[in-house]
Design a protein around this ligand. Sequence first.
Ligand code: SF4
Length: 396
Amino acid sequence: IRIEADGSYFQVNQDGEAQKLEKAKITLNDCLACSGCITSAESVLVRQQSHGEQKKVLALKKLLSCPGVHYVFDTTFSRNFSLLESQQEFVRRFHRQADDKKALPMLASACPGWICYAEKTHGSFIIPHISTTKSPQQVMGSLVKGYFAEQKHLPPDRIYHVTVMPCYDKKLEASRPDFFNQEYQTRDVDCVITTGEVLKLLEQEGVSLSDVDPAPLDTLLGGAAGELSTHPGGGSGGYLEHIFKHSARELFGIHVDSIHYKPLKNKDFQEVTLERDGEVLLHFALAYGFRNIQNLVQKLKRGKCPYHYVEVMACPSGCLNGGGQIKLEGESSKEELQQVERLYESLRAEIPEENQAVRELYQHWLGGWGSEGALAVLHTQYHAVERANSALNIKW
Ligand code: SF4
């Protein structure tokens, strides 16, 4: 059985002929036929309700490793690259703001819900503002089908790469033509399943998270993975915090220990400033949910957007509240959200610059910080989608 990124199922025979299945009941054992499968688990935090008491457990390799899955990686690793590339991109844009009116504000690009909306609704106007850095999912796609395939002496199309995400829109992202390898006719990410879908598969198989023994995750450079980690401000975004601290240091020589958000219209629209002698040096904001995104876009269109950087996420409260997340019976979404936030807070916060494996890959695989190789592998592009009505010259 093959699951496409758009969620459709195909039964593939030994000659490679695929037949689309209308309603597939897929079980873990169906996957035995595949030649090799790799799972990148977004946050690998999975929760299960048992006997009325909510149990929160770290998803274990055994759980995600259906027969045929050879490796399970943590997307926190690829997020290091997204954060490092974003910080460098911001500094480059900051330096060229005098000559390029669209260099700032830089808008985050990790949320495909927001990207899809921007491309379809505000196209060429907004695209120059969007960071070209790939999302953690797509960086992992490049790592797995690029670096890892090379290490294993496999062509990329011999690897089937599945990601586990909190979000249905990540399926759309994986299916973008920009992430399709023409030479090998393969996607960087072959299939995306949500955390909710993982739980359904497990329930279908009668597997309970609480009965599974822990197993270590794999690492791209070999060796056992350390303890699970996240990034400061991670969970929903974390880009703002990381880029803010880096830019303060790099551009103004100011060390920022902690970030103090100032809520604006609501908790999903907040701002942060860096000031010196009354002068605002950096002005960042986060805008979550479409109401706040529309507000932001209107500000941009009127030329009244005061920010240098905005972390934009389509879901209110960000990915923690993503549509693909597991929903617990008997818990309000607010309580659920608080529980997931506490889980993230309990993890060790990792500083991307300090990750030795990341440094090694930059040096030996990408050709160094800010190299042509890093730009080619870790960045992407966006495409304005012309609305049918614009051809009719309808004014909105
Ligand atoms: Fe997906 Fe929502 Fe997160 Fe955007 S904010 S990546 S739509 S879960």
